[in-house]
Design a protein around this ligand. Structure first.
Ligand code: AHN
Ligand code: ZN
Length: 327
């Protein structure tokens, strides 16, 4: 079902009246190429991850979830590679990180990269309530949502093989960047304290000389009251890819989510992916009204109760359509 086309037909008065007025050209409705993205299934993948508890570095929940993700992707027919790394947080804390990579059609040299981070933030440093700021968060939106879309995409890739190779990467240790209370010098650049798993991957590719035609990063793609604004670095580096994804979303009827608005610039895993020469954009949710990240961002409110499956659907179906229209 293509909402945009139905609405366009209604506006020109041709829907339901049987016949098209003479001389009036109605553009053919967009014909979806991809299998149907199941938002209920994606929602279950969010719930499964959240059920482990916060997936923060060096926790039992983190290890259990790593096993879960590798097992799920294997069950879904992917070739799974795990990349383990001993990394250090901004304060010197040693952490055992694990990037999880699921590959389809490894026989094909032409590849597309889809990615998201799977760890959750160890601190709710944006929470109004100071008492809970040092507690870890569920990261239902910030973490689990992007990975849930990747898992549902994997389920579809298993059922209908794509005509290009697809690699799904779950990056670890994205979200342990320096918390507010340790940012004593507001001017100094803390950007390298984020995206540690992706930094490691960019310097230790899982396949020697790995390349992909392009990459799509999914971050906070399931929050309530969310829209996708065009991220600054994505627009600066690969505007044609941003245009393609946004216009695909709009053709599928998700113009309410993929809006023609600019957002801010975000220090995110796509910057690390681009260091390898792969053009990569960030599909990142922000608050419809606020213009910045969601009100639940890095708070204890980032839980399953604040996930909207229609946002998961909009992003998931759009990503699938981009994958299945790539020849
Ligand atoms: C910063 O706020 C520096 N980066 C945002 C990247 C991020 C954090 N995405 C999700 N959580
Ligand atoms: Zn975060």
């Amino acid at each position: 079902m293509v909402m945009g086309a139905v609405l366009a037909g209604w506006l020109t008065g041709c829907s339901g009246c049987g016949e098209q007025k003479k001389g009036e050209e109605e553009s053919a409705p967009y014909e979806q190429q991809s299998p149907r993205f199941d938002a209920d299934s994606a929602m279950q993948f969010v719930a499964d991850q959240c059920a482990f508890g916060p997936r923060v570095m060096n926790s039992a929940a983190h290890d259990s979830c790593a096993n879960y993700l590798a097992n799920q992707f294997e069950r879904l027919g992917a070739k799974v590679t795990t990349q383990e790394a001993d990394l250090k947080l901004y304060d010197g804390t040693k952490v055992a990180a694990c990037n999880i990579i699921a590959s389809y059609r490894t026989d094909l040299p032409t590849r597309i990269l889809l990615c998201a981070h799977w760890d959750s933030r160890p601190w709710a440093d944006q929470d109004e309530d100071e008492a809970v700021q040092h507690e870890p968060i569920d990261g239902a939106n910030d973490g689990a949502s992007g990975v849930a879309v990747l898992l549902e995409v994997a389920r579809q890739l298993q059922q209908q093989g794509p005509s290009v190779g697809v690699d799904l990467i779950c990056f670890d240790a994205e979200d342990c960047g320096m918390p507010e209370w340790d940012q004593k010098d507001a001017d100094s650049d803390h950007s390298n304290t984020w995206c540690l798993g992706a930094q490691y991957w960019s310097q230790n590719l899982h396949v020697k000389g790995y390349q992909a035609r392009f990459g799509l990063l999914l971050d906070m793609v399931g929050g309530m009251n969310t829209v996708m604004r065009k991220e600054v670095f994505s627009m600066r580096e690969v505007p044609s890819l941003v245009d393609r994804v946004w216009s695909t979303g709009q053709l599928l009827g998700f113009g309410n989510i993929f809006v023609n608005e600019m957002g801010g610039g975000v220090t995110d895993d796509h910057i690390q992916v681009m260091r390898t020469g792969i053009p990569c954009i960030d599909i990142i949710g922000s608050d419809k009204e606020k213009g910045s990240f969601s009100t639940t961002w890095h708070t204890q409110q980032d839980n399953i109760q604040h996930i909207d499956r229609e946002v998961l659907r909009a992003v998931g179906q759009t990503v699938l359509e981009v994958v299945y229209t790539e020849k």
